[in-house]
Design a protein around this ligand. Structure first.
Ligand code: PBG
Length: 324
């Protein structure tokens, strides 16, 4: 009797056949490059916990934005580190704030590059929380007012997309109303819809100087054990008018990315966050892994899980490899 075993290895025999049957293709089109804007001139300050990332003043931010565009990256995401922090995050919605100035400068000097802004208060508050505090609690509704002002000032400066990352309830709808009532109905909202309270944000908090001065973010960001709740968060944001929904972090939440992609019909973004980036850099430096290989594997896995857009500090390096 002839017996033929199944031989999937036939389709793995060489690189050309592997190319032909490859299911997922990472592209430079998928990538968003995050940048940290600070005040001053000629500033390019290393972020120790994120090798290869910097806090930069306007002049250098524009240079880096040009480089991102040259590499074919479609969009950058801006975070601000203001000179002055206070309880009401005044710099977040100052029309002359660091992010607002950077948006204007990039739109003027690097036409065509999309500028996305992170809308949150934690980089601008002296207590480091993402909202207004009263009696040690983060208040939801009073925070919406400030987020609305912040999103509006970013959009008025010319931001192509605003991305609220605070996790207050109702903020997408609130921001949508504010934008619409100011003639900015064309500005999309990319909501950090399923954002988890994560240890992987550690290095970012050094980068953005946004460590909470007391407590943690568990009363507003999601519990990492929850999966169904992510679908609820996403459906609420869609009802409120989100155009793109995001999962954050990415690597330890691939199941969530997959669930959302198969449940909803909106583009899904995933944020490959600071801790995920820094772990790769640290292990590569120790010679324990091949950093480039692991980076490409991680980014491909995020895409395979269902992400249409990947926000990653690896964007420039990955773009170079993809261009080869
Ligand atoms: C602001 C914000 C954070 C990140 C993006 N937007 C930090 C936080 O929620 O503590 C994290 C990004 C990263 O770790 O790369 N709320």
């Amino acid at each position: 009797m002839s017996y033929s075993i199944s031989r999937p290895r036939r389709l793995r025999a060489n690189e050309n056949i592997r190319r032909m049957v490859r299911e997922t293709r990472l592209s430079v089109d998928d990538l968003v490059h995050p940048m940290f804007v600070t005040f001053g001139k000629g500033v390019k300050k290393k972020i120790e916990s994120m090798p290869g990332c910097f806090q930069q003043s306007l002049d250098n931010i524009v240079k880096e934005a040009k480089e991102a565009q040259r590499l074919g990256i479609p969009a950058v995401l801006l975070f601000g580190i203001p000179k002055h922090k206070d309880a009401r995050a005044s710099e977040a919605y100052n029309s002359k704030g660091v992010v607002q100035q950077a948006v204007r400068a990039i739109k003027e000097k690097v036409p065509g590059l999309l500028v996305i802004t992170d809308v949150c208060l934690c980089e601008y508050t002296d207590h480091g929380h993402c909202g207004v505090i009263k009696d040690g609690k983060v208040l939801n509704d009073p925070t919406l007012e400030l987020l609305g002002k912040e999103a509006l000032s970013h959009a008025q400066a010319g931001a192509d997309i605003v991305a609220p990352s605070d996790m207050m309830d109702g903020r997408v709808g609130f921001i949508r109303d504010v934008l619409d009532s100011h003639g900015l109905e064309e500005t999309p909202i990319m909501s950090y819809a399923a954002k988890y309270a994560s240890g992987f944000y550690g290095p970012f908090r050094e980068a953005a100087e946004s460590v909470p001065q007391f407590g943690d973010r568990k009363s507003y960001q999601m519990d990492c054990a929850n999966r169904i709740e992510a679908l609820k968060e996403v459906s609420l944001d869609i009802e409120e008018g989100a155009d793109i929904v995001m999962v954050k972090p990415a690597m330890t939440y691939l199941d969530i990315i997959s669930d959302i992609k198969s449940t909803f019909d909106l583009p899904v973004a995933a944020y490959n966050v600071s801790g995920e980036y820094s772990m790769v850099k640290a292990a590569a430096k120790l010679g324990w892994i091949d950093g480039d290989k692991v980076m490409m594997e991680i980014l491909t896995s995020i895409k395979r899980a269902g992400a249409d857009i990947i926000i990653t500090y690896h964007a420039m390096e990955a773009a170079k490899i993809l261009a080869k």
